[in-house]
Design a protein around this ligand. Structure first.
Ligand SMILES: Cc1ncc(COP(=O)(O)O)c(C=O)c1O
Length: 395
């Protein structure tokens, strides 16, 4: 790939086609996709209902620009806002970073002051969203970034209390990721959630919930913040929204719903009409019953994972079908071994396998995924133990 920036480490697989939880390569192999396009394909690859409406709409038109209201835009926006149980307005964009960018812009219009984020939060890679991202290694090469951003330790009640004492009155907004998708599937503690809400009341700052990865049923609730007593002013979603096509949204709720007026913000592409057609189907499939089934499948997946010997896995984190499996082996080797065994793995934070399977995965498919993971971990462990034995026999 001589002409492509080397920012990714793709699998050495040439994709022929993909269906459900499987990706098929041109050389005839079948792979289990354990992270469904980084959580984008909530209903797996090639969902027939999504495909049908997309093709129908594409036959009529593909793009119109923001000089036209799309026939599906209001319905998608209304459904998203309804799921918060509040009033609100939606700004559509194309990616998670853009949705967070819109959130940040709204915060800046409404309040002057500090923006608080947390270590290992991931909010995107544009300059503004990178500024809020709690990964020093990602930020460093691009500094100086947006000023007045304070990154505090995640789930650390004491340090947040200390910060509130010193500078609580200066805070314009707090960005939370209730489950840190890229940061290792850490779940917000109930204590810090309570403190964030109490301080929001005391100091009047805005609360932004980044639900780009955790939203839309992934954790067993429509929004992950609904597991906690949080009342965000702004909620961002993306990933699964467009049924596989780029579509994201920033939801501005209650008092902040009219933050953007004419020409305050915009996008040439968003919302793409085909992605909106997909979003209508995605949202119609995300019924309460279906989301409850996600929670149950998440419990089932956790139980199956826990059956593995503690030697193979160290910890399981996350909620619903957004789980992290902490492993104590060389994850590069694990990724390769799993691929050889027909399982595609996504590794975050060096030693965590991030599982984001399709939300309509079956129990049998969950078992198959866990079996493949166990086999791969076994092989990697055997290789390591074997190497250790050879090493000690040498000394
Ligand atoms: C929580 C969260 N926020 C923001 C982003 C950025 O989204 P995008 O890559 O679509 O810009 C991601 C991407 O993984 C994410 O997980």
């Amino acid at each position: 790939m001589e002409h492509i920036c080397q920012v990714y480490k793709p699998f050495p697989i040439q994709i022929d086609r993909a269906r459900g939880v499987y990706i098929y390569s041109k050389d005839g192999k079948r792979y289990f996709d354990s992270f469904s396009g980084i959580g984008v394909l909530a209903f797996g690859h090639g969902d027939e209902d999504i495909k049908k409406v997309m093709i129908e709409k594409m036959e009529r038109y593909i793009h119109t620009s923001n000089f036209f209201f799309d026939e599906d835009a209001e319905e998608v926006a209304e459904k998203l806002v309804k799921k918060t149980g509040r009033t609100g307005r939606v700004f559509f964009a194309n990616s998670g970073a853009e949705a967070n960018e819109a959130a940040l812009k709204a915060v800046k219009k409404l309040r002057k002051g500090l923006i608080v984020s947390f270590e290992k939060n991931f909010h995107g890679r544009t300059i503004a969203t990178l500024s809020l991202t709690g990964f020093e290694n990602l930020r460093k090469p691009f500094e100086p970034l947006v000023p007045e951003v304070i990154i505090l330790p995640y789930n650390d009640v004491r340090s947040f209390e200390f910060f509130l004492e010193k500078r609580g009155t200066e805070i314009a907004a707090v960005f939370v990721e209730c489950i840190q998708g890229s940061g290792g599937l850490n779940v917000l503690s109930k204590d810090i959630a309570r403190l964030i809400m109490q301080a929001k009341i005391d100091f009047g700052y805005l609360l932004v919930a980044d639900e780009v990865q955790s939203g839309l049923g992934r954790t067993g609730k429509f929004f992950a913040y609904q597991h906690f007593d949080l009342q965000p002013d702004i909620v961002t979603v993306a990933k699964a929204l467009g049924g596989g096509l780029p579509l994201s949204a920033a939801l501005f709720l209650d008092e902040v719903k009219d933050v953007f007026g004419y020409s305050d913000h915009g996008s040439t592409f968003a919302p793409n009409p085909i992605a909106l057609a997909g979003a209508k189907v995605v949202l119609s499939k995300l019924s309460d019953d279906f989301i409850e089934s996600v929670a149950k499948k998440g419990d089932f997946l956790k139980k199956e994972l826990l059956k593995m010997t503690p030697r193979l896995i160290q910890k399981i984190k996350g909620l619903g079908l957004m789980l992290g499996v902490e492993v104590g082996v060389d994850t590069n080797f694990l990724r390769q071994t799993a691929m050889k065994n027909g399982l595609l793995l996504n590794i975050v934070s060096n030693n965590i396998v991030r599982l984001l399977p399709a939300l309509n995965i079956t129990l049998e498919e969950i078992k198959e995924m866990v079996d493949l993971l166990e086999r791969s971990l076994d092989e990697v462990n055997y290789g390591r133990d074997h190497a250790e034995k050879v090493d000690s026999s040498k000394s």
